[in-house]
Ligand binder design. Structure first.
Ligand SMILES: Cc1cc2nc3c(=O)[nH]c(=O)nc-3n(C[C@H](O)[C@H](O)[C@H](O)COP(=O)(O)OP(=O)(O)OC[C@H]3O[C@@H](n4cnc5c(N)ncnc54)[C@H](O)[C@@H]3O)c2cc1C
Length: 373
């Protein structure tokens, strides 16, 4: 059992990209000396920060949410600047507009790209030829990148070590309580032990686990939706190897390079979400995922995608990534990805943060800059 100092300046719950980046920010930018990060898994970034589509968004994905599109445009160049080693740019990204059931037409998509200042041009003929012309109105070549979450995790390990942030794995925060001069966080270890630590601030960066804390923790005030998702990991045939493709805007699909495995992810709006529920305390999303049987739907994904891009029928399914995706219920209609940043008024010093997508880290850090800590 580790012994803890009297009191920490800050305790960060969750060693995903957000918890790691916030711990580094607190040390590097705010001069916090004693920071503890607790992570329930045996390593950093094993959950949503790994099991995702690895897209560094550049706005294209959000024709129905101008704010998210615009913020993506602002944040992508910063992400590329700050994590150059984790960003892959050596592929061509195509956005194709479906002829039927799309919520935007090709003209509208093009105009939207120009409105947000995102580069867009008709795809070269040899790439457009990959698509079934009966089903696709137009194909555009755009500028969008992929991130390598293993590289992000390496960065986090280096920086946390550099700033002497203590990291405890296989350790779960279970409750937060008001305490003399700050907060007290209760911890449970996989090994069976439990403990509690005093701290001035708590940053709850536990994503799917955001509301699963007891004690005086009030939960977040915005409704969250939990979704068990499957993304198929595919070895693409040569014709598709150097491409990322998204078909818009409705019940379609995306395929993106997945740098940390050297494969492609394939997600489909109809088949990737297996089941969903409104988040509530007491329904542990991680347990729900563990207990879920996880029957793959990759064959249905491939069959539908193959109607639009026949070459995909030659792809080989290697694996599937299952994860709980947590989104704000309020974004259901427009598919936007705003951040959740909540300072809990009834639990002074406690913050909950949910990033929505990886480049939103800058929106979170801007919020933190405004906080008097
Ligand atoms: C299927 C899917 C596709 C996605 N595609 C993209 C994409 O293409 N581009 C993009 O930018 N974003 C994408 N996202 C969103 C992106 O993955 C998340 O916004 C981001 O990873 C969230 O980071 P995080 O640190 O908040 O969460 P996580 O990485 O999940 O980190 C939270 C950590 O907290 C830990 N934890 C939870 N509860 C506790 C507790 N009580 N005590 C201790 N530890 C705890 C968990 O084990 C976890 O490691 C996608 C997400 C999913 C699920």
């Amino acid at each position: 059992m580790a012994t803890f100092p009297e009191r920490y300046d800050a305790l960060v719950i969750g060693g995903g990209f957000y918890g790691s980046a916030i711990a580094v920010y607190l040390a590097a930018q705010r001069g916090f000396k004693r920071i503890l990060l607790v992570e329930r898994e045996p390593a950093l970034m094993l959950r949503a920060s790994y099991n995702n589509q690895a897209r560094v968004h550049n706005g294209y994905h959000y024709p129905r949410s101008y704010t998210t599109a615009y913020r993506s445009r602002v944040n992508l160049p910063r992400f590329v600047r700050d994590w150059p080693g984790a960003v892959r740019q050596d592929f061509t990204k195509l956005y194709a507009i479906a002829r039927h059931n799309s919520k935007v037409t090709a003209r509208q998509f093009e105009r939207f790209c120009r409105d947000i200042g995102a580069p867009v041009q008709p795809a070269p003929a040899h790439l457009s030829a990959l698509f079934e012309q009966r089903l696709i109105e137009q194909v555009f070549a755009v500028q969008e990148y992929a991130f390598d979450s293993r590289r992000l995790a390496e960065w986090a390990l280096r920086e946390l070590d550099h700033f002497a942030v203590q990291v405890h794995y296989r350790t779960r925060a279970t409750a937060i309580e008001r305490a003399e001069g700050g907060l007290r966080v209760h911890l449970a270890r996989d090994s069976g032990g439990s403990d509690s630590v005093a701290c001035r601030y708590v940053f709850n960066c536990s994503y799917s686990g955001t509301n699963q804390l007891g004690g005086d923790f009030p939960g977040v005030s915005i409704a969250l939706k939990q979704e068990i998702t499957e993304m198929a990991l595919m070895a693409m045939p040569p014709a598709l190897e150097r491409l990322g493709i998204t078909v818009m805007d409705g019940p379609f699909f995306s395929m993106m390079p997945f740098p940390s495995r050297g494969l492609h992810t394939l997600s489909h709006v109809r088949f990737t979400p297996h089941l969903h529920w409104q988040d509530e305390r007491g329904t542990d999303p991680y347990r729900r995922l563990q207990e879920y049987q996880q029957p793959s739907r990759m064959d249905r994904m491939v069959r539908d995608v193959g109607r639009y891009i026949p070459a995909v029928l030659e792809a080989r399914h290697v694996d599937s990534l299952y994860e709980v995706k947590t989104v704000l219920q309020s974004t259901e209609d427009n598919d936007g990805r705003p951040i959740l940043f909540e300072r809990h008024a009834t639990l002074p010093g406690c913050y909950s943060v949910l990033g929505g997508k990886i480049d939103n880290i800058y929106d979170v850090l801007e919020k933190l800059d405004d906080e008097v800590l």
